[in-house]
Design a protein around this ligand. Structure first.
Ligand SMILES: [Zn+2]
Length: 282
């Protein structure tokens, strides 16, 4: 929500008008505080493009942040917003970019496209810019990296867990992508596939205890490696190499019911097992 700035410079405001102004300011402030949640926008300028993240926090700070980077994956963000609102806990950070999956950045007179879930390492960022634009200036990489660093300082400081929210399409990216013959096979340390479930609905985690827990519950789940020869710049790699516990709930687009169920599983895990994080794996 944007608020018009009130400018009173050089204007005499009568006492009665000022009282009305204060009253409406009070109403506005309380509307934001309703339900013990707060909204804020965080803007990062890259070239001539403002990259905006909307943060909605509920209740007291839990040390857990939910992140939606692909704005076109609507089921994930809408379901999470509703879920966290009903829970009255945690923060949701959403990249806002005209409902598009890819970021378009205007830089030195040209427009460059990039996947916001491929910009979290220099290696992945450069590979993605090359893939989508062929050529790009080094300064663009520098500025994008500066923005991701500022994002991390803003949203990852003191976090106990990062929860990524994604939707995929039928017969595309799935838990099978991390199995032999799949495009992400090299990223997985361990994979559990429940053949009774739709392979599009699964978790990706960076902590062994989380993997074991979700496997025991019967979910398909991938344990992400800490390091591989190629870091594709996704948030999972960033969290894995910085020892930030990470869970990605991958759900087929449109399946709000499954997304809610998996968010509830994560919520239970936060309450019961978050202090049981082990760093025993490589
Ligand atoms: Zn996504």
């Amino acid at each position: 929500m944007k608020v018009a700035a009130f400018c009173t410079s050089g204007i005499k405001v009568p006492g009665k008008a000022l009282a009305v102004l204060v009253f409406f300011a009070f109403i506005f402030f309380n509307a934001h505080a309703q339900g013990d949640s707060s909204d804020s926008s965080h803007n990062f300028l890259v070239g001539r493009t403002t990259i905006t993240y909307k943060s909605t926090c509920h209740g007291t700070q839990s040390g857990v942040v939910f992140i939606s980077l692909h704005e076109n994956e609507e089921t994930a963000a809408v379901t999470a917003n509703r879920f966290l609102d009903s829970l009255g806990s945690h923060c949701l950070v959403q990249l806002v970019h005209d409902k598009q999956r890819l970021l378009s950045v205007s830089f030195l007179g040209k427009t460059y496209r990039l996947d916001p879930n491929r910009m979290w390492s220099k290696q992945g960022l450069e590979a993605n810019l090359r893939y989508l634009n062929k050529r790009f200036p080094d300064e663009l990489v520098t500025q994008l990296q500066r923005h991701t660093l500022r994002f991390r300082k803003q949203f990852f400081f003191n976090r106990r867990l990062v929860v990524a929210l994604h939707n995929n399409t039928n017969n595309g990216f799935s838990v099978r992508s991390f199995m032999k013959g799949g495009g992400n096979y090299q990223d997985a340390l361990e994979v559990h596939l429940n053949p009774a479930h739709d392979p599009d609905n699964f978790f990706i985690v960076t902590e062994q205890p989380h993997f074991t827990h979700l496997k025991q519950l019967g979910y398909s789940v991938v344990l992400h490696k800490r390091k591989t020869s190629f870091d594709d710049g996704s948030l999972s790699f960033l969290c894995a190499r910085n020892n930030i516990p990470y869970i990605n709930a991958e759900v087929e687009e449109g399946n709000s019911e499954k997304q809610s169920e998996m968010l509830m599983v994560i919520h239970d895990l936060i309450n019961t097992r978050l202090n049981d994080q082990s760093t025993s794996r490589n």
